[in-house]
Design a protein around this ligand. Sequence first.
Ligand SMILES: [Zn+2]
Length: 115
Amino acid sequence: MNANVDPNANANADAQMVYCRACGRQIHVSAANCPGCGARQIAAGESERLLLPAFLLCIFFGYLGAHRFYAGKIGTGILMLLTVGGFGIWVVVDLILLLSGSFTDMEGKRLKRWL
Ligand SMILES: [Zn+2]
C-alpha cells in the first residue's frame, strides 16, 4: 500500500529544487547564488541559451532557421528553412525579438544574457 505517497506532492517538491550549474549541489530554485560555491544561477524563466550566438546565427543563417535550431525550436526551425526565413520577414521579426529580449527557447524561457 502506498496510501501515504502523494505523487503530486513529490513532483512539486522536486520542482522546487535545481542543481547548481557549477558544483552540482542541489539548491532551491529561487536561490540567486549557490550556497555551496557561490556560482550565479539562472533565474526561473530565463533560458540557459545565450543571445549572442542566437543573434549571430539569425543574422548570418536566419534564412535557414539556424537560431531557432539553436533555441531548440526544431519544428519552426524546419518551417523557417523551408520558407527561406519566412520569405525574409520572419527573420526580421526574430531579430527584433532577440534584440528586445523577447525571443524564447523551446521551453518558453526568454534568452536574456548576451554572454
Ligand atoms: Zn555550487
